[in-house]
Design a protein around this ligand. Structure first.
Ligand code: PLP
Length: 470
């Protein structure tokens, strides 16, 4: 494996003096501690990444991993997409930073390109840096546009990590972890059909979870309500796909109450689900506000709040604005425009659909062999495999999931384990949309071996326990 940067020499990301022992010492001495139960817990035991290309990341020891979490989802176009790298380098040569009190070409081009690809009547956009920034701005926008206050979100949803508003609406993280929760934020039941909170079955349930949730929400509203915020597929909550008709019914319920529908497309937007936007899988859904982030910047941090002219104008009349010092940096805007061009010109949605078909086929075969696979769900390159001990009782197989995760990491495949609230029994696969067939096949083969190993270990544990009882 050749090492070194593209100028031929070693760069600072690839220093071979960064041994695992040294990395551990730095974490212990200098890094802010990470809460052990969070998804970032145990970092010091994980590989230290030196470089990445396409779907492969390489650690400081030269070991390669298939990155089936697309970085922190920011690399869904593939790491270091050559067009993104070229565009960033070009822009850096002329304009790295600019005041947002003046316009510049990359920013204008990005507004134009985004406006052209947004489904109508969405047209207006503003740029911020992170997904959380844009969610905060979208909530504020909905409040200013409607004159309302209360916002509802799914109990298994996640919308960001800013310490007040977006964490308060990220019910899939424990709200008890925050010292203060934002008022006028409340959860409604996520439509999680595999473990229906109402013990009903779709379609016979007639979306009872929505009716029950709204009855409670109406009772709880402290003021005029402003919005409902949803992920079209609840990613961190275990890749939950709302059943057919749900989003449209929620939208109708919002309209009836004068509330706006905010669709958080951070994880589902720009091709990943096999369509340009995740909400487009359901006919008749016309969001008032959409947020995009993650691979919007091709790997750099830029996010957008997109809205209809009507919503934007109503809010601005009430004094609405949202910005950050680096929100419209030319390099970020140029990367954003290039990423949109790549999504469209390289038909990323089609690639995502192809990857989905290949992964589903592999899991169909695995499901025939292993009871452990309870459900395979999701769309495009956002897929979840829920693991259960027993398909009838659906008892979550958390230990097996953890063992599969460790096996895969040791054997060169990275993904995250997710699930509803405290559960971590869903393998979430988010391969870059540029992942090749042979890389998908290799990942599936690692997972197959990991399942065999996890089940073998479980059986061995069972035998040991039985011997002890005997
Ligand atoms: C659906 C969703 N919305 C918003 C965010 C927040 O984005 P960021 O971490 O860029 O602030 C995330 C982060 O993972 C997310 O998954």
């Amino acid at each position: 494996m050749p090492r070194g940067n593209h100028h031929g020499g070693k760069d600072r990301t690839d220093r071979d003096d960064m041994t695992p022992a040294r990395a551990r010492r730095i974490v212990e001495r200098w890094m802010f501690p990470v809460e052990g139960s969070s998804y970032m817990g145990g970092l010091e035991k994980r590989p230290v990444i030196a470089r990445a290309k396409g779907s492969i990341v390489t650690d400081t020891g030269g070991k390669e991993y298939l990155d089936f979490q697309s970085g922190q989802m920011g690399a869904a176009l593939g790491h270091q997409h050559p067009r993104i790298v070229r565009r960033i380098e070009e822009t850096m040569g002329s304009l790295l930073h600019a005041s947002n009190t003046m316009l510049h070409v990359p920013r204008l081009r990005l507004h134009e390109k985004l406006g052209e690809i947004l489904p109508k009547p969405l047209e207006k956009s503003l740029f911020l840096v992170s997904g959380s920034d844009s969610i905060e701005a979208a909530i504020d926008l909905s409040r200013k546009a409607t004159g309302g206050t209360d916002v509802i979100g799914f109990h298994a949803g996640l919308h960001g990590s800013t310490s007040y508003l977006t964490r308060s609406l990220s019910f899939n993280w424990d709200r008890r972890k925050h010292s203060i929760v934002a008022p006028a934020t409340a959860a409604i039941l996520a439509p999680y059909c595999y473990r229906c909170p109402l013990r009903l079955e779709f379609p016979g349930c007639e979306l009872q979870c929505l009716d029950t949730s709204l009855e409670l929400a109406d009772a709880n509203f402290t003021a005029k309500p402003a919005a409902a915020i949803v992920e079209p597929i609840l990613s961190a909550g275990g890749v939950i796909v709302p059943p057919k008709g749900y989003l449209k019914a929620l939208q109708d319920a919002c309209r009836k109450r004068g509330m706006l529908l905010i669709v958080d497309e951070s994880q589902t937007g720009l091709g990943k689900t096999g369509k340009l936007f995740g909400f487009q899988h359901e006919a008749g859904v016309v969001p008032d506000i959409v947020v995009i982030s993650k691979h919007f910047g091709g790997g750099l941090p830029i996010s957008a709040v997109c809205a209809t002219p009507e919503v934007a104008e109503a809010a601005v009349k009430e004094g609405y604005f949202a910005t950050r010092s680096h929100a419209t940096d030319p390099v970020l805007c140029a990367a954003g425009e290039e990423s949109l061009l790549i999504v469209v010109e390289e038909d990323m949605a089609k690639r995502a659909r192809r990857i989905e078909r290949r992964i589903r086929k592999a899991f169909d075969e695995m499901a025939a062999a292993f009871e452990l696979i309870g459900e395979v769900r999701g769309r495009g390159v956002l897929l979840g495999i829920e693991l259960v001990r027993d398909r009838k009782t659906r008892a979550p197989a958390e230990k097996e999931a953890a063992s599969i995760f460790e096996y895969c990491l040791a054997n060169g495949l990275i993904f995250q384990l997710r699930g509803v609230r405290e559960l971590k029994n869903v393998i979430r696969l988010v391969p870059p949309m540029t992942t090749t067939d042979s890389q998908v096949d290799r990942a599936m083969s690692i997972i197959r071996d990991a399942i065999k190993s996890a089940l073998g270990r479980g059986r061995a544990r069972g035998r040991k326990r039985k011997r002890r009882r005997d």
